[in-house]
Design a protein around this ligand. Structure first.
Ligand SMILES: [Mg+2]
Ligand SMILES: [Zn+2]
Length: 212
């Protein structure tokens, strides 16, 4: 089994990108959130636009996040269960490697991370997006596109909370959702397991494997 984990709002208590933009460019956050919901900007356009307007270096942003963000309980136990059961956990994020890897390292977790890249600076950040073709379902280079080459035919469990998880969660064999992803899947009639921490995810996977 492949276990795909969203990072922001899923592994973490709060979305690191939202927290940064709300702190460093609050007016931009309101503007782009409306554009995303209205469909006038894609997620990647929103991210590039927002972070070009965040005037802070990497060290400052990491210090801000270390004070603002909590890693949800149960991640070490989830990773240990994956090792025992030969489940392959991978973090798939619409955020930035430069922020995710240090925050995971802080709690002693080393996982493969697939995410965008950013060079942060006092003049605003430059974002380099993953090179991914457009998804046939949503039309964006979404996380769904990355799944076949990671899964190699294995079952897929997906854990997420938000906009960028919609497509991926729908193709997974087992979806875990909270927050707006849970609301969206409920609306679309897609079944999922609700979670609030990684203990819930570990228990849900064990339950799934015991009946499968
Ligand atoms: Mg998220
Ligand atoms: Zn998609």
């Amino acid at each position: 089994m492949l276990l795909l984990l969203d990072f922001d709002g899923t592994i973490t208590s709060v979305d690191t990108l939202d927290a940064i933009v709300q702190r460093y460019a609050p007016a931009v956050w309101d503007e782009t959130e409306a554009a995303l919901q209205a469909g006038t900007m894609t997620l990647n356009e929103v991210i590039a636009y927002q972070f070009a307007r965040v005037p802070a270096g990497l060290d400052e942003l990491l210090a801000f996040l270390r004070a603002a963000v909590v890693i949800r309980p149960g991640l070490p136990e989830l990773v240990a269960m994956c090792r025992e059961r030969f489940i392959d956990p991978v973090v798939v994020s619409s955020g930035f490697l430069q922020l995710i890897e240090p925050l995971l390292r802080d709690v002693g977790i080393a996982l493969p991370v697939i995410a965008h890249s950013a060079r942060f600076a006092a003049t605003g950040a430059t974002v380099t997006f993953l090179d991914r073709p457009a998804c046939v379902v949503c039309g964006e280079p979404c996380k769904r596109v990355a799944i076949p080459s990671l899964a190699h035919g294995r079952q897929v469990a997906y854990v997420g909370d938000g906009w960028s998880d919609r497509c991926g969660a729908k193709v997974a064999d087992l979806a875990f959702a909270r927050a707006s992803l849970a609301a969206h899947l409920r609306e679309e009639g897609v079944s999922f397991v609700p979670f609030e921490d990684m203990h819930d995810v570990r228990a849900g996977i064990e339950r799934y494997l015991s009946v499968a």
